[in-house]
Design a protein around this ligand. Structure first.
Ligand code: MRU
Length: 369
């Protein structure tokens, strides 16, 4: 997608030095556009753990390049043990997004048995690039499939703007390009369908306020920022036609884990008969799981992320962090929640739209039967 008219992906190989990977450091958006170089395995680990990059697809692509970096630095002796340890450290950074372990496992399967260091590095490089390209292409296809949903609603409304609510950032910043939840929105906007997006601010990291709103602004799409508790009220008053969110891990039965607060939006959508769609590339599907509530690991982050908030100081325009309440107040910070399949209207994948159940998902992905 474009930043000030220039096309960017969220992660790429440095032009003049393919040993270095570059990312957009998302901690500074929307106030500063900072590109960071990742050169060591530790750089990759802190980029994922400390959320310089975030979002399921991008976490997966970053981990894939992290394994390429590990291959570059593997010693000649005991290289297998080195790669296994790198894989373990990368997987441990964030537990919920399936894409992370999926990408690392794919890298290990590609390179583990290769004895020549040179060949291993080349294969790790090619696999990481393939994972990144696939992620972008699958999101583009999600846009094509999801377009039909927005087009239908637009027709039912005789061309009046379609009001779409989204939570967190499942935009291009959460993937390599296009995004999952936003891909149909960008595609519909390209077609000239009038749209308006309600952007949940998404406490505590404010991915909606900081990232989704910035993306929509860059693409010139009409949008309004709301606090996280507003969605239900808007739905009761007929101001939301459609909810589209992303997913970090999806069971084969159609339960989805997404940013904390998604479940409450799904409940409100059900109560108000608002269609609730989840857009995801198949790399987020955990085909080993059936019961999202019992089986999906939910990340718990530091309570300080709840107690403090960061943004631009109105005094001197510098990026500042402030304490909201008492320093002594205990805080708990669950990163994700699970929305059961019964609350989901449909799952938009790169192969088409599935009903949220095993049979329908398997009809699109028969190789997992
Ligand atoms: O904690 P984050 O910012 O990585 O969480 C991101 C989300 O919850 C997204 O909605 C999710 O990854 C689905 S789209 C990639």
């Amino acid at each position: 997608m474009k930043v000030n008219g220039i096309h960017y992906r969220t992660i790429w190989v440095k032009k003049k030095n393919p040993r270095i990977i570059e990312i957009i450091d998302q901690r500074f958006l929307p106030h500063e556009f900072v590109v960071e170089e990742l050169a060591t395995l530790d750089d990759f680990i802190s980029a994922i753990r400390d959320m310089h990059v975030r979002g399921a697809g991008l976490i997966g692509a970053t981990a894939a390049f992290g394994m390429y970096c590990a291959a570059l630095h593997a010693p000649l002796e005991a290289s297998q043990a080195f790669l296994q340890e790198a894989a373990r450290r990368l997987i441990d950074t964030r537990p919920t997004a399936k894409n992370l372990s999926w990408a690392v496992a794919r890298q290990l399967a590609a390179i583990q048995e290769i004895a020549s260091a040179e060949k291993r590095i080349q294969l790790a490089y090619e696999t990481a690039c393939l994972i990144a390209d696939e992620d972008a292409e699958y999101c583009r296809r999600i846009g094509e499939h999801g377009l039909q949903i927005i087009r239908d609603i637009s027709r039912q409304k005789n061309g009046a703007p379609v009001n779409i609510l989204t939570h967190c950032n499942a935009g291009w910043l959460a993937f390599v390009d296009y995004g999952s939840a936003t891909a149909p929105i960008y595609r519909a906007h390209q077609e000239g369908i009038p749209l308006h997006v309600w952007v949940d601010e998404t406490r505590p990291w404010n991915q909606g306020a900081k990232l989704t709103a910035w993306e929509l602004f860059q693409e010139n799409i009409d949008h309004t920022l709301i606090v996280d508790n507003t969605g239900g009220h808007l739905m009761q008053h007929g101001l939301v036609d459609l909810v589209i969110v992303g997913s970090d891990r999806t069971t084969r039965t159609g339960d989805v884990a997404n940013k904390i607060g998604t479940y409450l939006k799904a409940l409100a959508a059900k109560d108000n008969k608002v269609p609730f769609y989840v857009a995801l590339p198949s790399s987020t599907i955990d085909w080993d799981l059936r019961d999202g509530l019992q089986e999906i690991p939910i990340e718990k982050r530091s309570g300080d992320e709840v107690k403090f908030i960061s943004g631009l100081s109105t005094k001197d325009n510098s990026l500042t962090t402030v304490l909201c309440g008492l320093p002594e107040t205990p805080a708990v910070n669950y990163g994700f929640d699970v929305t059961p399949a019964r609350l989901v209207s449909g799952i938009i994948t790169e192969r088409g739209i599935a009903e949220p159940n095993e049979k329908s998902l398997l009809s699109l992905f028969p190789e997992y039967s």
